[in-house]
Design a protein around this ligand. Structure first.
Ligand SMILES: [Ca+2]
Ligand SMILES: [Ca+2]
Length: 392
């Protein structure tokens, strides 16, 4: 073979390779819509297998919803696998190393949740329905040991609707227990209210994790230091957005006139698989609690945390002078930077800069009072807790 022959062979090879890459690229760019099935175990596995990593390659809101579900369930799998496999190893590590590992993990989860949150925030289904989903069919080897145990099989299953004394814990390794308490076949035809439900959960959880990462924990003195105040401001914003989204979700649920494979049902809807049955009074309580929570979170209502304030907060955390209340927004945006010791023995942090005089335009928040009232009656209290867990 002469040199020129070799060169020509190589250039043909290069051209062929370029063509193949080009075709491959072209084929990917022109790909048919993904086959989406979130209602069977095999369909779920198949759908998630073909999902692109990059959300920008998704072409429809249905694909975005499937993508978000695949990401969240996989995130859950990786967290549980990480937790179980590290449990023994971590026992022998110095505390500072454990803290560093947990912090890295939290940052990883935050990064992923931020992407999923942004995808969810852009969804707008309008009046239409998206995918039919059956979370009880999303079955994954969550701890990565190669076995599918009963608790893993039904990890995402929804508790049966309207059980009076339901066990609200996670599924146990007991098939009979699952069949009594859960509805593994329950299906939801996703609508915009359900998208908002998922979005608010993402905003709350990412907000809480961001909150945690604002602080550094010194494992020698067990002292918490506010190391990243910008993250505290970001957490305030995320949780504030979660409260807004939750309000939009409640409005969206109440505005629905159809009644088919619903998630949260308004008092007129009958075809729901949501574990809690909510009547008109529940919706009213929900509205009041969330309105008070938003006003308190944004510093329009002040927490009665002064030394002589009545109620739980006044007794537990006397932070402000008499006649003053705590402005939560102010506290998050201009936090005290001195170290805060864990446990009740240390002095309370100086938050006086976030204390403001109570006045008709800055009234005391009724949030603590609402929580106490709920706690004082076991029936109402249990209901409220379940409410907050599921409804957000
Ligand atoms: Ca397993
Ligand atoms: Ca609905």
């Amino acid at each position: 073979m002469t040199t020129s022959n070799l060169t020509s062979h190589l250039s043909n090879l290069a051209a062929a390779a370029a063509l193949a890459v080009g075709l491959g690229y072209g084929a990917a760019a022109e790909a048919a819509p993904l086959t989406l099935d979130m209602s069977t175990t095999a369909g779920f596995a198949q759908t998630c297998k073909q999902m692109p990593r990059d959300a920008r390659r998704l072409k429809s809101d249905d694909e975005r919803i499937a993508w978000a579900i695949c990401r969240d369930t996989d995130q859950t799998r990786r967290l549980i696998t990480w937790g179980t496999q590290n449990f023994k190893r971590i026992d022998h590590l110095p505390p500072s190393q454990v803290v560093a590992e947990v912090e890295r993990k939290i940052d990883e989860v935050r990064r992923e949740m931020a992407q999923t949150r942004q995808v969810l925030a852009r969804l707008n289904l309008g009046e239409r329905r998206s995918l039919r989903i059956a979370p009880g069919q999303w079955q994954i080897d969550l701890n990565g040991d190669g076995q599918m145990e009963v608790w893993e099989k039904y990890f995402f299953a929804i508790p049966k609707r309207g059980l009076s004394q339901a066990s609200w814990g996670l599924p146990r390794n007991d098939e009979a227990h699952i069949q009594r308490r859960y509805a593994p076949a329950a299906q939801i035809a996703v609508d915009q209210a359900d998208v908002l439900w998922a979005l608010s959960y993402h905003q709350f959880i990412e907000g809480l994790l961001t909150h945690v990462r604002a602080f550094d924990l010194n494992t020698q003195t067990w002292q918490l230091t506010l190391a990243r105040p910008a993250l505290l401001a970001q957490a305030h914003q995320l949780i504030g957005q979660g409260l807004e989204t939750s309000d939009r979700m409640r409005h969206a649920v109440l505005a629905e006139t159809d009644d088919e494979q619903e998630w949260i049902a308004n008092p007129q809807q009958r075809h729901s698989v949501f574990p809690l049955v909510l009547d008109a009074e529940d919706f009213q309580t929900w509205r009041e609690v969330m309105a008070e929570a938003r006003a308190t979170w944004q510093g329009q209502h002040l927490l009665p945390a002064s030394r002589n304030a009545r109620g739980l907060l006044g007794q537990m955390a006397p932070l402000c002078a008499e006649g003053q209340g705590l402005n939560i927004k102010q506290l998050y945006l201009k936090p005290p930077t001195k170290g805060i010791r864990l446990g009740s023995s240390g002095p309370l942090p100086d938050v006086s800069e976030a204390c403001q005089a109570l006045s008709p335009s800055k009234p005391a928040s009724r949030l603590a009072e609402m929580a106490e009232r709920a706690a004082s009656s076991e029936a109402v209290g249990t209901k409220t807790l379940r409410h907050l867990y599921w409804v957000n």
